[in-house]
Design a protein around this ligand. Structure first.
Ligand SMILES: [Zn+2]
Ligand SMILES: [Zn+2]
Length: 426
C-alpha cells in the first residue's frame, strides 16, 4: 500500500503518549476520552457507555476502582460531559458508513493496562526515551498501547480512503481485556451483532518481528472465579465449637482443587492465585476469599474443570458449616479462524514487504476474550479471525521491562489496511 508510511509518525507518537497514561480494566476513562475525541476528529460517529457495554453482563468490574478512576480522569482534563456520556463504562465504538452497499466489518482493539511497576532502568527504552508510565504501579506491559495506536491509525487511514471503499466499518475499542473481563459486556450489548466479518489481533506473544501468524491455536477457554466462604467467628479458647471455620473450608478446597483429575481429551489448568482469610490469632476465622481460575483446551474441558471445582467448593463449605458464594470475574472461549478469513489474512500479510506469513498452527498459549465477540459473530452467521502480529520484545508480556519493536507497528498497520480493503470489497 503506497501511502501507509504517511501514518508512521502518528503510530509511534500515539503509542508513546498512551504508554505514559496506562489505566487498568474498567478504569480507562482518560484513555476512552482520548479515543473518542480523536475518532470524532476523523469524522466517525462514536458510541460509548451502555450503547456498547451491557451493564448486566460486565465481569470483574470493581465499583470503587471505577469511582476513583472517574475522579482521576476529571483531574486530568476529561470533562464532566464526557464522563456523563460514558455512563460509568469505558470503551467505545466508532462507526463509518461509506454510503455504498457492502458488508459490515467489526475490528477490535483492547485498551487496558497491567498493574505492574514499570522499570526505570536505562536499558528500558521507554525510560531512556522519556515515555515511561507516569502512573506508579500501572504499565502498558501487554502492548495494548500499540493496539490502540494501530486502531487509531487504521481509523485515520480508513477515513482518508472512505471514497474508495464500500460497506461499513466498526472500530471496537474494548476495555478490560486483562483477566478476560471486558468482552462479555461488549458482546452482550449487541454492538457487533450485525458484523459480516470480525477481525482482532495481538502484538508480539509467540511471534518475532516480521512474522504474522494467521492460524494461531490454543486459545484456552477459561473461567475466573472469586470464591467467598462465610463462617462464624468465636473465641478460640472459650468456645471454638461456636465458630464456623471459613479458612479451614478454603484451605481444604484449595488442596482438593489442585487434585482434580486431568481431562483425557486435552489440556487443562487450574490455579488458586490468592487466598485471604481470618481475623487474628485467637479468633475462629469467619471469612475467606479465594481468587482462582480454571482453563481448558476446549469449552468441554473448561466446563468439566469448572463443574468439578464448584462441587469441591460446595463440599468444603458443607464440611465446615459455612456459606459460600461463587462470582464469575472473567471468561474467554476458544476460537477457530474461519478459512475464508485465513485466506484474506494470507494475502494481506503476504503483500507486505519483509513479512513471513506463518500459517502453521502456532500456540497462542493463553486466553483472549476477543474470542467471546468472535464466537458471537460466528454464531450469527458472520466470519471471524484472530491473528498475531510479530514483534521482538526484550522481556515477557506483563513484566516490568516489556516493550515492543516499534517497526512492527508499520508492518501491522499495512496488514490491517490490506485486510480491511479485501474484506469490504467482498
Ligand atoms: Zn496481557
Ligand atoms: Zn494483551
Amino acid at each position: 500500500m503506497s501511502d501507509i508510511c504517511a501514518y508512521h509518525d502518528q503510530l509511534i507518537n500515539v503509542r508513546r503518549h498512551l504508554h505514559t497514561m496506562p489505566e487498568e480494566g474498567w478504569c480507562e476513562f482518560r484513555t476512552t476520552a482520548y479515543l473518542i475525541e480523536t475518532l470524532r476528529g476523523y469524522g466517525y460517529e462514536v458510541l460509548t457507555g451502555t450503547k456498547v457495554i451491557d451493564p448486566e453482563s460486565c465481569l470483574g468490574r470493581n465499583p470503587k476502582l471505577v469511582e476513583a478512576a472517574q475522579q482521576y480522569a476529571l483531574e486530568n482534563g476529561v470533562s464532566q460531559a464526557m464522563l456523563d456520556e460514558m455512563e460509568g463504562f469505558t470503551g467505545c465504538c466508532a462507526v463509518m458508513d461509506t454510503g455504498r452497499p457492502g458488508p459490515t466489518l467489526a475490528v477490535r482493539f483492547d485498551i487496558d493496562c497491567i498493574p505492574v511497576q514499570e522499570s526505570h532502568e536505562p536499558d528500558h527504552k521507554p525510560a531512556k526515551e522519556g515515555f515511561v508510565s507516569e502512573r506508579p504501579g500501572f504499565m502498558h506491559a501487554c502492548g495494548h498501547d500499540a493496539h490502540m495506536s494501530t486502531g487509531l491509525a487504521l481509523a485515520h487511514w480508513f477515513a482518508d480512503h472512505k471514497d474508495e471503499m464500500k460497506g461499513r466499518i466498526k472500530f471496537l475499542f474494548q476495555p478490560a481485556e486483562e483477566g478476560v473481563r471486558g468482552a462479555a459486556g461488549m458482546a452482550a450489548s449487541g454492538i457487533a451483532d450485525d458484523a459480516d466479518f470480525f477481525l482482532a489481533a495481538h502484538i508480539a506473544m509467540m511471534c518475532k518481528s516480521g512474522e504474522v501468524s494467521i492460524k494461531p491455536y490454543g486459545f484456552l477457554c477459561t473461567t475466573k472465579l472469586d470464591v467467598t466462604y462465610q463462617g462464624a467467628p468465636a473465641h478460640a479458647g472459650v468456645e471454638p465449637n461456636a465458630g464456623k471455620n471459613a479458612m479451614a473450608a478454603a484451605c481444604n478446597a484449595f488442596v482438593q482443587l489442585l487434585g482434580i483429575p486431568r481431562h483425557g481429551s486435552g489440556m487443562s489448568r487450574i490455579n488458586v492465585g490468592q487466598l485471604t482469610a481470618g481475623e487474628g490469632r485467637n479468633v475462629i476465622p469467619s471469612k475467606a476469599v479465594m481468587k482462582m481460575e480454571v482453563r481448558g483446551e476446549t469449552a468441554e474441558i473448561n466446563t468439566y474443570m469448572y463443574e468439578r471445582a464448584v462441587d469441591i467448593i460446595k463440599g468444603c463449605a458443607i464440611a465446615q458449616g459455612c456459606e459460600y458464594k461463587i462470582e464469575k470475574m472473567g471468561e474467554a472461549v476458544d476460537l477457530i479462524n474461519d478459512e475464508e478469513m485465513v485466506e484474506v489474512l494470507r494475502k494481506a500479510a503476504g503483500a507486505v514487504k519483509g513479512v513471513t506469513v506463518r500459517d502453521d498452527p502456532m500456540n497462542f498459549g493463553g486466553s483472549e476474550d476477543a474470542t467471546i465477540i468472535a464466537r458471537r459473530v460466528q454464531a450469527k452467521g458472520g466470519k471471524a479471525a484472530f491473528f498475531v502480529l510479530g514483534a521482538d520484545r526484550p522481556s515477557g508480556h506483563h513484566t516490568a521491562k516489556f516493550d515492543v519493536d516499534e517497526k512492527a507497528l508499520d508492518t501491522g498497520l499495512e496488514v490491517w489496511a490490506n485486510a480491511v480493503t479485501a474484506l469490504l470489497a467482498k
